[in-house]
Design a protein. Structure first.
Length: 241
């Protein structure tokens, strides 16, 4: 698809991205231009903005699905070509999505609800069918250097309400915030859900559940729910003895 590119990143949009968790050194290294067409008539009239980095593109079919239902004030930045992703969906007004440089997520699905945020700063490798889902004003923010094995599921909320029968109080997370530090490794079929903070250099073991908890830096955790099984670890992408 040949997109028509217009002005560079507007100062107001830059400020919004930084406030959402985009790192200044990542953002300032990019040359971004706003896509002005072809897009639905309502796109710019509703205050939406889509930016692409130089030499990057987004499949026309993905944009067709993205724009099936109108929304307002969405800010979407793609600094990586989106050809290998399965979908990018916005579920309401005020969504912010930043797909930074050097992101490779095979058949991944991104969903950002109203007034919610997804920030993938840079260098995320997800080997198959990852899902990133932010909704109800929640956010998912990853620092650079992520390795996610197949089936990783990173989500702020459960999408349905669980409540106390007697009081009616909600029991499960609503509009939660997920933070993944630098150099984090998620094993196969890991679920990260609710208010989560995974520290730098941490490893989450295969089929583990990290939910409403903090994972200390340089630890290996595993289980459902995840618990620390080893401290003082680091990891490398090289498979050496």
């Amino acid at each position: 698809m040949s997109w028509v590119r217009g002005a560079a990143l507007q100062p107001a949009h830059r400020s919004r991205l930084l406030a959402s968790g985009v790192l200044p050194e990542v953002l300032d290294a990019l040359v971004l231009h706003e896509v002005t067409g072809p897009l639905p008539e309502w796109w710019q009239a509703n205050g939406n903005a889509l930016y692409l980095a130089e030499r990057m593109s987004i499949p026309a079919e993905m944009v067709t699905v993205l724009t099936t239902y109108p929304f307002r004030d969405a800010l979407i930045v793609c600094a990586t070509g989106m050809e290998f992703f399965s979908s990018l969906l916005v579920g309401g007004d005020g969504a912010t999505v930043f797909v930074g440089p050097a992101i490779f997520m095979t058949a991944a699905d991104l969903y950002c609800g109203a007034h919610s945020t997804i920030v993938l700063n840079s260098h995320v490798v997800a080997t198959g069918k990852a899902i990133v889902d932010a909704r109800n004003g929640g956010s998912v923010v990853t620092q650079p250097d992520q390795l996610w094995a197949a089936g990783a599921y990173v989500v702020t909320d459960d999408m349905h309400r669980l409540e106390d029968l007697a009081t009616g109080a909600r029991l499960n997370p609503y509009g939660a915030h997920v933070r993944l530090g630098r150099h984090v490794w998620l094993g196969r079929d890991v679920i990260v859900s609710g208010h989560v903070d995974v520290g730098e250099g941490a490893v989450v073991g295969m089929r583990s559940l990290v939910r409403n908890q903090k994972v200390p830096a340089h630890t290996a955790v595993a289980g459902t729910p995840a618990r620390v099984i080893r401290e003082g670890v680091t990891w490398s992408g090289d498979d050496t003895p």
